[in-house]
Design a protein around this ligand. Structure first.
Ligand code: ADP
Ligand code: MG
Length: 322
């Protein structure tokens, strides 16, 4: 066997019970259940852009799959299969062993089969494609929100962005707090169970990767709506509230990225059903505002503080090309 095939056999070949054929041939073979649609998405992680060069390879492996699974969650799809395209500057077996351990820990946690990929030499880049199933017509699309829908967010926002700011020495955080924040940044949990429970209830959904305002903005644009948010109701952790106040707090919670929580809309009449889903999943779900019909000259999102004063927001979210 050539070194490349050895690596694939050693680190990336596992059983694939959900596929007819997995790693090892020219292509994998899959079957989508009758009455279901195939949901497909890809997300790439590049060293220096999406993670630090010295980041623990286990965590890079976890996160490269988790951010993809998060896209399935946001569609209300069940993740089932993934491919992995890897560019590696050199063969570093210790790195690969840890990377693969983290990748498969996430794959096992969400019941995903690695069914193929590609391995080549180049600047460290990890490109994952995820595939899943959703009953035909019931995906949670971005374009389904209606005026008057409530806007909801799962979990807390801002932890991941604050961890990143601390790792970049922009803020100083005591070790005990930093280790809880880093969990959100480095080992995000995809909200798959929530996405599945929201089928037939949510009118639109998105996962928050680039910041609440930027990602909610995508729902609003695709649905041609505006929104009013109450900042007091936007969920944040006690740690974030301890370290940040006023504008800095608003910026971190509203525009910080990498949380991988879900933002979704649902009719006001479904309010109690949504609360029940949160209780059943032991997951915090907060109603943060409402959608409105959109008047073209106005900004899409208005955020109000506790005194009903408009909060001025500078950057809406992370943009790789800004
Ligand atoms: P080909 O030359 O047909 O593209 P490759 O030599 O690239 O085939 O890959 C051989 C097999 O190993 C294929 O089934 C491919 O899907 C799989 N594979 C390659 N790299 C990876 C990887 N990083 N993770 C999972 N499977 C991989
Ligand atoms: Mg190939």
């Amino acid at each position: 066997m050539t070194p490349e095939f050895n690596l694939i056999a050693k680190y990336f070949t596992r059983t694939t019970p959900q596929a007819d054929l997995g790693v090892g041939d020219d292509a994998a073979l899959l079957r989508v259940a009758e009455g279901y649609q195939l949901a497909i998405s890809a997300d790439m992680l590049v060293v220096g852009t999406h993670f630090f060069v010295d980041c623990a390879p286990y965590l890079i492996g976890w996160k490269s799959l988790a951010v993809n699974i998060s896209d399935m969650a946001a569609m209300g799809a069940t993740p089932k299969w993934a491919t992995l395209a890897l560019a590696l500057p050199k063969v570093d077996e210790a790195w690969l062993a840890e990377f693969s351990r983290g990748f498969f820990a996430c794959a096992d946690a969400f019941n995903v089969d690695l069914i193929g990929g590609d391995t080549t030499r180049g600047p460290l880049t990890i490109s994952v494609q995820i595939m899943g199933e959703v009953p035909t017509g019931s995906a949670l699309r971005r374009d389904g929100a209606k005026a008057g829908d409530e806007i909801w967010v799962s979990g807390n926002l801002g932890d991941a962005a604050l961890a990143l700011a601390a790792l970049q020495n922009k803020v100083s955080i005591i070790d005990a707090d930093l280790s809880t924040l880093r969990q959100s940044l480095e080992q995000p949990q995809a909200r798959v169970s929530l996405g599945l429970a929201l089928r037939g209830i949510a009118s639109a959904a998105i996962d928050i990767s680039d910041g609440l305002l930027a990602d909610l903005g995508h729902i609003l644009e695709r649905s041609n709506l505006s929104a009013e948010l109450q900042f007091e109701h936007v969920p944040r952790s006690a740690v974030v509230s301890t370290y940040l106040q006023d504008e800095a707090l608003a910026a971190m919670v509203l525009s910080g990225g990498d949380d991988y929580e879900l933002c979704f809309t649902a009719p006001a009449g479904a309010h109690d059903k949504v609360l029940k889903i949160g209780q059943d999943l032991s997951l915090k779900l907060n109603c943060i505002g409402q959608t409105k019909s959109h008047a073209s000259a106005k900004p899409r999102v208005a955020v109000y503080d506790a005194k009903q004063q408009l909060i001025q927001i500078k950057a809406a979210g992370y943009d790789h090309f800004a």
